[in-house]
Design a protein around this ligand. Structure first.
Ligand SMILES: [Zn+2]
Length: 96
């Protein structure tokens, strides 16, 4: 669905359903091969290199350089929650 503010076409937006196609590209790849940039120290790491803690109700992946949380993932029976506040950028190679 597209909405507008009524004041300018530049403020028009589309709801998040339009991300289904583009994000399917991202999450269809092997996410462990993606690289991250840590908010805490700026260090670059592959997701596979993050230090993963699994004792909590979900997963917490921490930077191998400064130990700040880079991403958190919680899955319930009906919902998956991915928190990326600890990463500046997540860059995944696409299968071509
Ligand atoms: Zn870091």
């Amino acid at each position: 669905m597209t909405s507008t503010s009524g004041t300018s076409d530049s403020l028009a937006y589309t709801d998040g359903n339009a991300l289904a196609g583009p994000l399917a590209d991202l999450f269809a790849v092997d996410i462990t091969r993606a690289s991250t940039s840590c908010v805490g120290c700026g260090g670059e790491s592959a997701v596979a290199e993050l230090h993963l803690y699994t004792a909590g109700p979900g997963f917490v992946a921490r930077c191998p350089h400064c130990h700040d949380p880079v991403l958190r993932y919680v899955r319930t029976p009906s919902t998956a929650i991915l928190d990326l506040r600890g990463t500046v950028r997540l860059e995944a190679p696409l299968a071509l």
